[in-house]
Write a protein that binds this ligand. Structure first.
Ligand SMILES: *Cc1c(COP(=O)(O)O)cnc(C)c1O
Length: 368
């Protein structure tokens, strides 16, 4: 049986009538940039996350860039983040002229460890950028304590984790600014690129709004230099439909994860660790395959028609473009080890038990 890593077709089929209708509505209005659909979507995301403000932007990466700019991060500043993440996290820090300062991820879950952050703080540190990797929030309560003592801004890269919770509070309710991505493969995905910044800080929100329009506060009056970071009305209209299903999909993802967790106990494959105080939405279901066997297992699964992928094969401190930071192999051992052990398995909401059985069977064949 072929099991794709992600199949967006069932979700599209489920919502086709609804999405077709709103697409037609936007086309009839001929208002494609910002406007009422984007405003309504912003209000709905703010309500969903329990935050005061939400600002729609052009992508998850642009949400990070706009947040960094709004927080006043620029040349000469240091921003602490993890080397085990999607490139966009550290790329955005460098893009605004600041220096990404890496801190190793934890050994069990893949997020920043608060204890390690303290040791990396210098007088140049301006912000901390934790990542909610694979659907599970970083230890935001502890991170906010550290940031509060030192007066640092916290920008949470939650591109993979809208809807996740930490000590009962959703992503968005901890950091100064929290960012989401609506890239089609994310748990809340549009029909193209899109992103959002959520915050309780009204001043930061209005700065983000100005920055997405070339820093314009009033037509043709620019107090800041921003960019074109706007969200399309079509994406907002489609995402408004999808947002109504998000909790159902998250529950289905968790159900799929429970099923795998149980079945994988029979194998040497290590199921993802979720802290007691966290509720994951399993954007990815990422296992560890130790002892240098990951690549063999991946090859076997691919041959058996099981979709799987390595998020991420190279830690960011070893990327060519960050050579100027002067890191070498061995600097962040947990991140480096994660890169050699991780494998993400199909977890999308509509996955059937039979498909999951096929995934487990293929795993048992090569590492039973
Ligand atoms: C997807 C992702 C981004 C970037 O989002 P885009 O919408 O593709 O720009 C940033 N950070 C993380 C952790 C991501 O997974």
């Amino acid at each position: 049986m072929n099991v794709p890593l992600l199949d967006l077709q069932p979700q599209y089929a489920e919502l086709k009538d609804e999405t077709d209708a709103v697409i037609a509505e936007v086309c009839a209005s001929q208002r494609f940039i910002l406007g009422p659909q984007v405003e309504a979507f912003e209000a709905e995301v703010a309500t969903y996350c329990g935050t005061q403000c939400a600002v729609g932007v052009s992508s998850g990466t642009d949400a990070l860039i706009v947040s960094l700019m709004a927080a006043g991060v620029g040349p000469g500043d240091e921003v602490i983040t993890s080397p085990f993440t999607f490139f966009g996290t550290a790329g955005s820090i460098a893009r605004v002229g600041a220096k990404p300062v890496f801190v190793d991820c934890g050994s069990s879950c893949f997020n920043l460890e608060p204890e390690q952050i303290e040791a990396a703080i210098t007088e140049k540190t301006k912000a901390i950028m934790p990542i909610d990797l694979f659907g599970q929030m970083a230890d935001m309560r502890s991170i906010m304590e550290i940031a509060g003592e030192r007066n640092l801004a916290v920008i949470e890269d939650s591109a993979q984790s809208i809807g996740a919770a930490h000590h009962g509070l959703k992503t968005g309710q901890y950091a100064d600014l929290t960012t989401f991505s609506f890239f089609p493969s994310k748990n809340l995905g549009g029909f193209g690129d899109g992103g959002m910044v959520v915050t309780d800080n009204v001043e930061l929100a209005s700065k983000c709004k100005a920055l997405r329009m070339h820093g314009e506060t009033q037509r043709y009056h620019h107090q800041l230099i921003g960019g074109n970071f706007r969200l399309d009305a079509l994406q907002a209209a489609i995402l408004r439909v999808k947002l109504r299903y998000l909790d159902k999909w998250s529950a289905q993802r968790r159900g799929n994860a429970d099923y795998y967790n149980e079945r994988l106990m029979e194998t040497p494959v290590i199921a993802p660790v979720v802290y007691d105080f966290n509720e994951s939405i399993y954007n990815q279901y990422t296992v560890r395959i130790p002892d240098g066997r990951r690549d063999t297992v991946q090859a076997h699964l691919s041959e058996a028609g099981i979709g799987c992928a390595v998020y991420y094969p190279i830690p960011l401190h070893l990327q060519e473009c960050f050579a100027y930071l002067g890191h070498s192999r061995g600097d962040f051992p947990e991140s480096e080890q994660a890169c050699t052990e991780v494998l993400s398995l199909p977890i999308y909401p509509e996955l059937t038990d039979a498909q999951q059985d096929a995934v487990v069977a293929a795993l048992l064949e090569c590492c039973g």
